[in-house]
Design a protein around this ligand. Structure first.
Ligand SMILES: CC(C)(COP(=O)([O-])OP(=O)([O-])OC[C@H]1O[C@@H](n2cnc3c(N)ncnc32)[C@H](O)[C@@H]1OP(=O)([O-])[O-])[C@@H](O)C(=O)NCCC(=O)NCCSC(=O)C[C@@](C)(O)CC(=O)[O-]
Length: 360
């Protein structure tokens, strides 16, 4: 039986919260303990499973609009074989475009690309070099961009096999040269550990200590942060807390961790509050709740960015993100894809902006 502490500190700060202007510079914001960094994964995790082909123009418009919301990290694509994830086939063009024409934003933005193996990273570096660019800052002093990569491993053997066609230990060995080459090229590396709170094949029987062991290995290897992912959305508040305690017991600092919740069972925000209480300050989400998982039947997208931002601001935390603009983007991209907008806060915000009266 697990004891879940009530988020009293968060409730206190919510009472003290006042509407504040969006922060302009991520570096300034990162220094404060009430700042949460949101990693917007919509253009990659959100779009990768869409069956209908999405045009390059729509993807670029999505990334450009997101770049103006105050978000500081955006997953922009994946360097994976097209036969595995056809929707990500235009990733080279996206990187090329973002190098040549970095979106104008008020803050620094890191564009992140998933690389499943060394070949993926080499393909990314080829694009950078062909454009005469490095991963470091580009743009003017107001608007600078960097290029980052993410590699991924899973906490269960069956998911590892389905997602990356190899065992967990083989995936760790695949990760080593990626980290080495990325460091040589001064590219920041994020790691993912999928199915950390439930697996489509092995259910909720996922060992927290196994998740902690893989996370620690990725960090020791040189990953700059690891995002622990509830791919199936099966996580509950007590099991999230148990996992966070296992990560802490393995000596992993909260500052090295991000949490990545899919909202399949509607638990993502509850689990987010558990993470916040535990001291985590980096969370992944996708605008409009875009997404799903081909290996996890019925899995919905990530927690919607609009819902996450609304909750965090309500708790007195800062994200630097303009909720109204994010909500407009959620409505727009849902319409473009012909899918339902999965963000309640987003839909309510758009309705309010349109002058609709709230229901009594
Ligand atoms: C890892 C592999 C490549 C192994 O796949 P494999 O078939 O075992 O690889 P392979 O080395 O045998 O290569 C197969 C073919 O792909 C080519 N190839 C090989 N690598 C590349 C590359 N990088 N880019 C382009 N082409 C490549 C290679 O040259 C070969 O071409 P062929 O000879 O058949 O013509 C495959 O399993 C794969 O791509 N898996 C990734 C699947 C994926 O992207 N899943 C979704 C992302 S993970 C995720 O969404 C979870 C996350 C991160 O969001 C967190 C969460 O919620 O859990």
């Amino acid at each position: 039986m697990h004891q879940l502490r009530l988020p009293l500190q968060l409730l206190r700060s919510a009472r003290a919260a006042r509407p504040r202007p969006a922060r302009r510079f991520a570096t300034e914001a990162r220094l404060t303990t009430d700042h949460v960094r949101i990693v917007e994964v919509g253009p990659r995790d959100g779009l990768q499973n869409e069956k209908k082909s999405i045009s390059l123009e729509t993807k670029l418009e999505l990334i450009e609009r997101l770049s103006k919301t105050g978000v500081t990290t955006i997953e922009a694509g994946s360097f994976v074989p097209a036969k595995w994830v056809p929707q990500m086939a235009s990733t080279s063009e996206i990187l090329q475009h973002l190098i040549k024409t970095p979106p104008q934003s008020h803050n620094q933005i890191a564009y992140n690309y998933l690389v499943p193996n060394i070949r993926g990273l080499e393909n990314l570096i080829k694009v950078l070099e062909a454009e005469g660019a490095t991963a470091g800052s580009r743009g003017d002093s107001k608007s600078t961009t960097t290029t980052e990569v993410s590699l991924f491993a899973a906490a269960t053997e069956s998911f590892s096999k389905a997602n990356t066609n190899c065992s967990i230990s083989e995936s760790i060995e695949r990760a080593r040269p990626i980290v080495t080459l990325a460091k040589e090229k001064d590219i920041r590396v994020r790691g993912y550990v999928s199915v950390a709170l439930g697996c489509p094949y092995e259910g909720t029987d996922v060992s927290p200590s196994k998740v902690a062991e893989i996370t620690a290995t990725l960090l020791e290897m040189g990953a700059d942060e690891v995002s622990v992912a509830d791919t199936t959305g099966m996580g509950t508040a007590p099991r999230t807390l148990e996992l966070l305690r296992a990560l802490a017991a393995a000596g992993i600092a909260n500052s090295d961790l991000a949490l990545h919740f899919h909202d399949t069972y509607g638990q993502a925000l509850v689990n987010t509050v558990v993470g916040l209480e535990h001291g985590i300050r980096i969370f992944d989400s996708s605008v409009g709740g875009l997404g799903g998982c081909p290996y996890s039947k019925g899995a919905t997208g990530n927690v919607a960015t609009e819902d996450l931002v609304h909750t965090l601001h309500g708790l007195g935390m800062h994200t630097g993100i303009d909720l109204e603009e994010m909500s407009r983007i959620g409505a727009w991209i849902s319409g473009e894809l012909g899918r339902a907008n999965d963000s309640r806060a987003g839909k309510a915000t758009v309705a309010r902006l349109a002058g609709e009266k709230p229901c009594s």
